[in-house]
Structure formats: structure tokens, C-alpha cells
Design a protein around this ligand. Structure first.
Ligand SMILES: O=c1ccn([C@@H]2O[C@H](COP(=O)(O)O)[C@@H](O)[C@H]2O)c(=O)[nH]1
Length: 271
């Protein structure tokens, strides 16, 4: 999907919501555990109930890798289900990969070609040659970890390196890489006070913003400082939406939570 197509969807749906599909078998309704593929059945119900309210889905691959081959198969069925039934939806493999060049090429092939996600999250720590293999894929997007939502972000990302915080070095240096127009960045909603500064460095890039909902990030604050003329934000909520209920009504409850966020976004977009 091109960035322009993503922007069109945001305007059409009046939403820049990304729903995280982080399936934990201990948290899903018990009756699904009797089915052949509980992870996929859970995702399918969530997708069927929420696809009109969001513009992106983000399965975090950890929640699939944890269940071995069955988990990978459920991930493959989930991405295929989205691509076949809702091709207008932007998909994110939250895999946080990155390695020496030839290995990164294989990660990129796995997520962007074989599983056919629109994007994959990548750690910047190993530098240019570890990220450029992902950037080489046309109309695919590499979402680089810039300033993460967790407390540990302050261990390294905000530390001063050669007179500048490390996350700023990541933003500035990554702009010089080949095919950098395919870059987006992860910035945590819990770091709202950093958005204005980040926008000074990357005014035009899309930001994937996790941390709204279960982690306590505030949508209004993020939008105030992080939005650009193309919206430029994908706001993710995972647990806050998909585990709104663990009873038979889980999909409707998820849709209700998603609708709350979408309506808040619609008001922000109308201003
Ligand atoms: O900085 C980051 C980067 C990634 N994540 C991921 O996003 C979701 C958030 O889930 P919630 O349940 O809405 O808290 C999850 O997959 C994280 O691994 C992040 O939270 N922060």
C-alpha cells in the first residue's frame, strides 16, 4: 500500500486507529479454545467486528511465535484473511527485526513478501546496512523504533550522544539512507512531550504510536503535537480493545471500544 492510499483511507473512515492483534490464549473466551485454531478464530471475530472503524491491524509476532508452528500458521491465516477481505487495510508485522544485511534481507522477505504485510517494525541499533534491505521493498514500509513507549526508553534512547539524544540521531541519520521515503517511526504515546521536537526533525513521516489504552498514553496530547497536514499518525491500541470482554460478547465489546476511539478521532479530524 502506498502512503497516499493510507491517507485516503484515513479520510474515508475518519479514523487513524490501528488495532493490535496480540492474542494471549489465557485471555480469550474459553469456548474458542475448543476450536481448531483459537488464535485465528479470535482474530477473525475481532476483524469482522472492527474493520470499518480502523485503518490498520498490527499483530505483534511475539504472540504468535510463542505458540510455535501453530502460532505461525495462525499469523499467516490472519494476514491472508485481512489481505483477501479488507485489502484497503494497512498491515503491520510488529516483529522488531534487524540484523547484518543478508539476514535482514531474509527477515524482509519473510514479512513483506512471503506473509505480504504492508510494513514491519525494525530496530535501528545495527545501523544503515541492517535497515536498508527492508527499505528496498517498493510500496512497503519500514517502521523504525525511534522513541519507544516503555520506561526503558530512557536507558539509551534519550541519552546524549555527541551532543544529541540518541533517538534524534536515529531520526536524522535514517533520513539519509537509501529509499528513506519508505520509513515510518515508532513513537510511544506515553512520550507525548517529545512529539513537537520529533516533528521538527521528521515533519512529513508517519508515526506509529503505541501506548494509548493499557499503557496510559493520551490521544489528545499525541494529536496536538504529533499530527501533520497528512494526519501522519497511526494510533495503536491492543489490549484496551481486544480484551474489552472475555465473554461471548468479546467482539462486540472490542467494536464498542474501537468506536469510542474512532469517534474521538473523527472529532479531532473535523477541527
Ligand atoms: O514502543 C513500543 C513499541 C511497540 N509496542 C507494542 O505495541 C503494542 C501495545 O499494546 P497495548 O496492549 O495497547 O499496550 C504491543 O504489541 C507492544 O509490544 C509498544 O507498546 N511500545
Amino acid at each position: 500500500m502506498t502512503t497516499q492510499q493510507l491517507i485516503s483511507q484515513i479520510h474515508k473512515k475518519k479514523s487513524f486507529l490501528c488495532i493490535g492483534l496480540d492474542v494471549d490464549l489465557n485471555k480469550i473466551p474459553k469456548h474458542l479454545l475448543q476450536t481448531e485454531d483459537p488464535i485465528f478464530e479470535f482474530n477473525k471475530a475481532i476483524i469482522d467486528a472492527t474493520h470499518h472503524l480502523c485503518v490498520a491491524y498490527k499483530p505483534n509476532t511475539a504472540f504468535y511465535e510463542a505458540y510455535g508452528l501453530k502460532g505461525w500458521k495462525a499469523l499467516e491465516k490472519t494476514i491472508n484473511y485481512i489481505n483477501q477481505n479488507h485489502p484497503e487495510i494497512f498491515t503491520i508485522a510488529d516483529a522488531k527485526r534487524g540484523d547484518i544485511g543478508n539476514t535482514s534481507s531474509m527477515y524482509a522477505k519473510a514479512f513483506l513478501e512471503d506473509l505480504a504485510f504492508d510494513s514491519v517494525t525494525v530496530a535501528p541499533y545495527m545501523g544503515k546496512d541492517s535497515v536498508e534491505p527492508f527499505l528496498a521493498f517498493k510500496n512497503k514500509h519500514t517502521i523504525l523504533l525511534a522513541l519507544t513507549s516503555n520506561e526503558g526508553a530512557f536507558d539509551f534512547q534519550t541519552k546524549n550522544v555527541d551532543g544529541k539524544e540518541l533517538y534524534k540521531q536515529v531520526l536524522e541519520t535514517s533520513k539519509t539512507w537509501k529509499n528513506s521515503e519508505n520509513l515510518m517511526y515508532v513513537v510511544g504515546a506515553t512520550k507525548a512531550e517529545y512529539f513537537a521536537e520529533i516533528r521538527r526533525i521528521i515533519p512529513d513521516s508517519f508515526l506509529l504510536v503505541p501506548g494509548v489504552g493499557a499503557q496510559g498514553g493520551n490521544l489528545q496530547d499525541v494529536c496536538k503535537y504529533g499530527m501533520n497536514s497528512n494526519i501522519g499518525l497511526l494510533i495503536n491500541s491492543s489490549r484496551g480493545i481486544i480484551y474489552a470482554s472475555n465473554n461471548n460478547d468479546f467482539a462486540e465489546a472490542a467494536a464498542t471500544k474501537a468506536k469510542e476511539l474512532q469517534q474521538e478521532m473523527e472529532i479531532i479530524l473535523s477541527k
